[in-house]
Design a protein around this ligand. Structure first.
Ligand code: AMP
Length: 189
């Protein structure tokens, strides 16, 4: 079993950030998911909001990013703009000692501002499905180097009618990838 972040074998920069953030030990979802996610395997995690699920997928994503390559290497899909902003913030805290940046992309925000931010080569995109599809259609986002896809609060996304958007997005991301699915409940779809 892994009782400490150190035992999880994560980079010293991330360990330092975790310490700064005041995390004393990994939460149950982190203990269960991080070792599997670090191997690159796909996984399904059942976890409610507030359980530490963002770091459960955020830490393995940070371990995976090759900072010598530009362009997004990980995409996190979130049901709401609030969650997208909050998750990107948490990932950026975890990445504070690494040259890695997560960008939130969501509906309702000025698209010109997003074009500009996307041109700065964020390593991680945390997006709501509709706006991400919009950028894919316009050709203003390059997802050809994405290696990790996270579906966060999957049940919420299904309830909100995002299933077709998610299918379209999946078709536009390399098949050779790691997929992580987090949900409070496990709907059949
Ligand atoms: P989340 O479920 O990802 O939204 O996380 C809920 C809150 O718990 C956030 O404020 C996190 O920063 C915090 N958190 C995540 N992991 C831990 C941990 N291992 N120890 C203490 N707090 C944590």
């Amino acid at each position: 079993m892994y009782d400490t972040f150190k035992e999880l074998g994560i980079a010293p920069e991330i360990l330092k950030a975790v310490e700064d953030m005041g995390f004393e030990e990994p939460s149950p979802i982190q203990k269960a998911a991080i070792p599997i996610a670090l191997t690159g395997k796909d996984l399904i995690g059942q976890a409610q909001t507030g359980t530490g699920k963002t770091a459960a997928f955020g830490i393995p994503i940070l371990e995976r990013i090759d900072t010598s390559r530009p362009g997004p290497q990980a995409v996190v899909l979130s049901p709401t703009r609030e969650l997208a902003i909050q998750s990107a913030e948490e990932i950026n805290h975890l990445a504070q000692y690494l040259p890695i940046h997560a960008l939130p992309i969501y509906g309702g925000q000025d698209i010109e501002r997003q074009f500009k931010a996307l041109r700065k080569h964020p390593n991680i995109i945390v997006a709501t499905p509709g706006r991400l599809m919009d950028h894919m259609k316009r050709g203003t986002i390059d997802l050809s180097h994405v290696q990790v896809l996270v579906l966060d609060e999957g049940d919420e996304m299904v309830d909100m009618g995002f299933i077709d958007d998610i299918r379209t997005i999946l078709a536009g991301i390399p098949e050779e990838r790691q997929t992580m699915f987090f949900s409070a409940t496990m709907p059949r779809s």
